[in-house]
Design a protein around this ligand. Structure first.
Ligand code: 4AD
Ligand code: MG
Length: 463
C-alpha cells in the first residue's frame, strides 16, 4: 500500500485512494457506534487527518482504544470524502499499527494549551505543536525563497567563516573561541584553563560574514552568504538572540539606491511566496497569533515601502506627541520604541531609513559628502523594528583608513580588507537580513525565541 503524506491525503482528489499514513496521534475519541476517531498529524501540514477506526480491527480493544496523544502510528485504509466540516477526506482504517507509545502521565503535550514560555522548556517536543509546526514550515519557505530570489538575480551563494579574527560591527559583542585543556580541567575540577591559542591570535564566532563577503563581491560581482551569526549582547528582549541566522547579499557596482531597491524586492518576494505557498499556516497565524497579519503582509507586497532619512525621522520623533522612555535628538541611536512609532504610527508600514550619523554606524559604511552621515539604510517594519541593516561600503582607501583609526581599529588586523581598496577598488553595497526577525514579521509571533528551533539567549543553552 502506498505511503502518502497527510498534506496530500487531505486533498479532495484523494478520496477513493487506498493508502497508508504515518504520524503521531493528536487525539482519540471513541464513539458509541463501535468505532474510534483518531486525529493524526505527520508535520506535512497544519491540519490533522481524521481516521475512523472500526471496532472490527483485530487490535481494537488492546491497542486502538489505548492510543493517546503522542503515540506514533502507521495506519492503512481507504480515503473517503468526509462529512465533517473543515476537511475534504478522512481515512477509514483497516489496520492500525502502533510504533511507539507515549505515556499520558508523563507526555508533556496534553490537549490543553501551553504558554510559549512553558513550551520553551520542551524545545525538543514543541515542533509537534500546531504553532511550531506552522512556524517551521514558514521558516523553511523563507529559506527557500532566499535562495531562489538570489539565484534568479545572479547572486552566487558563498560561504564565509564562522570562526574569525575580525569584529565586523565593531561593537565588541563577540564570543571568544578557544581550546579547552581537558586534562587540567578534569584534575582541578575548577575553573576552565586554556592551554594555548589554537589560532595564534584571538579568534571569535562571527557577528557577520560581510567583510569576507566583500572579498567575493569584488571578484565575482554579486554574492550572498546565509549562515549562523553570533552576538554576545546581553539583551533579554523579544527580538535579540545570541545565535541567529543572517542572509547577507553583497554586490559590486551597487550604490545605496541599488541596495535599497534590492532589499525591497527581496522582502516582497519572500512575503509573496509565504502568501502563495503557506496559505493554511498563514490563516492559522491570522486567526490564532496576530489578528490581521495576513492583510498586513498582503498590503505590504502591493505598496512601495516608505523612505525617510534619519534626519527626517528625528524631526518626526522630536515633534510628535508620543512619550518615549529614551529621549531622541540628532546623533542618538534609535531605540525599539522609536522604530515602532515610525512604522506603526507615522508611516503605517515598512520604512527604509537612510543617511545615519557616521558616529553611530560601523567603520565600513561610506561617508557622504556632508562628512557627517554615512550611506546606511535600515529597513524597519511594524511590530518587529529593524529587520535589515545595510549600506554602501567605503571604497576610498584614505577615508576608510581614517574611519578605522577613529574607531580604534588596527590597520594591520584588516590588511586584507584594505587590499580590496588598494587593488581595483569599486563602489559596492550590501545588507544583512535577520532570518528570525523576518519569520517574526510574517507570522506575527511576538517572541524571537519562538521562531528558531533552539534559541540561544543569555543564560539559556539547555538543548
Ligand atoms: O544591522 P546588523 O548588525 O548589520 C550587519 O551585521 C551588517 N554587517 C550586515 C551587512 O550589511 N552585510 O545586523 C543585520 C540584521 C539586523 O537588521 C537584524 O535583522 C539582525 O541582523 N540582527 C539580529 N537578529 C537577532 N538577534 C540579534 N541579536 C540580532 N542582531 C542583528
Ligand atoms: Mg543594525
Amino acid at each position: 500500500m502506498d505511503w502518502i503524506r497527510i498534506v496530500d491525503a487531505r486533498k479532495p482528489v484523494s478520496a477513493g485512494t487506498s493508502c497508508e499514513v504515518r504520524g503521531w496521534v493528536r487525539t482519540r475519541r471513541d464513539s458509541k457506534g463501535g468505532f474510534s476517531f483518531i486525529e493524526v498529524n505527520d508535520g506535512s501540514c497544519l491540519g490533522n487527518l481524521q481516521v475512523v477506526a472500526p471496532s472490527e480491527l483485530a487490535n481494537y480493544a488492546e491497542q486502538v482504544q489505548k492510543l493517546t496523544a503522542g503515540c506514533s502510528v502507521v495506519i492503512g485504509g481507504k480515503l473517503e470524502a468526509s462529512p465533517a466540516k473543515g476537511q475534504a477526506t478522512e481515512l477509514h482504517a483497516n489496520s492500525v499499527r502502533v510504533l511507539g507509545w507515549a505515556d499520558p502521565e508523563t507526555y508533556p503535550l496534553q490537549k490543553k494549551r501551553h504558554s510559549f514560555e512553558k513550551l520553551r522548556e520542551w524545545a525538543h517536543l514543541r515542533p509537534r505543536t500546531n504553532t511550531f509546526g506552522a512556524v517551521m514550515r514558514v521558516r523553511n519557505q523563507i529559506c527557500q525563497s532566499i535562495h531562489t530570489f538570489f539565484h534568479e538575480h545572479g547572486f552566487l551563494y558563498t560561504q564565509t567563516p564562522i570562526i574569525t579574527a575580525s569584529d565586523c560591527e565593531g561593537a565588541g559583542e563577540m564570543f571568544r573561541v578557544t581550546t579547552l585543556d581537558l586534562e587540567t580541567l578534569a584534575q582541578s575540577g575548577g575553573p576552565v584553563k586554556y592551554e594555548y591559542d589554537f589560532f595564534d591570535k584571538p579568534a571569535f564566532l562571527t557577528v557577520s560574514g560581510q567583510l569576507e563577503g566583500e572579498t567575493f563581491a569584488t571578484a565575482l560581482g554579486r554574492i550572498y552568504t546565509f549562515g549562523p551569526t553570533f552576538r554576545a549582547e546581553n539583551s533579554n528582549t523579544s527580538r535579540h538572540l545570541a545565535e541567529f541566522w543572517m542572509v547577507e547579499p553583497e554586490a559590486a557596482f551597487f550604490d545605496l539606491a541599488d541596495d535599497m531597491r534590492l532589499a525591497e524586492d527581496f522582502l516582497k518576494r519572500i512575503f509573496t511566496d509565504c502568501l502563495n505557498h503557506c496559505d493554511e499556516d498563514m490563516q492559522f497565524f491570522n486567526e490564532r497569533i496576530q489578528k490581521g497579519v495576513l492583510d498586513q503582509i498582503r498590503s505590504v507586497v502591493e505598496r512601495p515601502f516608505g523612505h525617510m532619512t534619519y534626519t527626517e525621522a528625528i524631526e518626526v520623533l522630536e515633534n510628535c506627541d508620543a512619550k518615549f522612555d529614551f529621549p531622541v535628538s540628532w546623533g542618538t541611536d534609535l531605540q525599539a520604541e522609536h522604530e515602532r512609532f515610525l512604522t506603526e504610527q507615522h508611516v503605517k508600514g515598512p520604512v527604509i531609513l537612510t543617511d545615519y550619523p557616521a558616529t553611530i554606524k560601523p567603520f565600513y559604511m561610506r561617508v557622504s559628502d556632508d562628512g557627517k552621515t554615512v550611506a546606511a539604510m535600515d529597513v524597519l517594519v511594524p511590530g518587529v523594528g529593524e529587520i535589515i541593516g545595510g549600506s554602501q561600503r567605503e571604497e576610498r582607501l584614505d577615508v576608510l583608513v581614517r574611519r578605522m583609526a577613529e574607531a580604534g581599529l588596527e590597520e594591520a588586523d584588516y590588511w586584507w580588507y584594505l587590499d580590496l581598496r588598494r587593488f581595483g577598488t569599486v563602489p559596492h553595497a550590501g545588507f544583512g537580513l535577520g532570518l528570525e526577525r523576518a519569520v517574526q514579521y510574517v507570522t506575527g509571533m511576538a517572541n524571537i525565541r519562538d521562531v528558531i528551533p533552539f534559541p540561544r539567549t543569555p543564560g539559556n543553552a539547555e538543548f
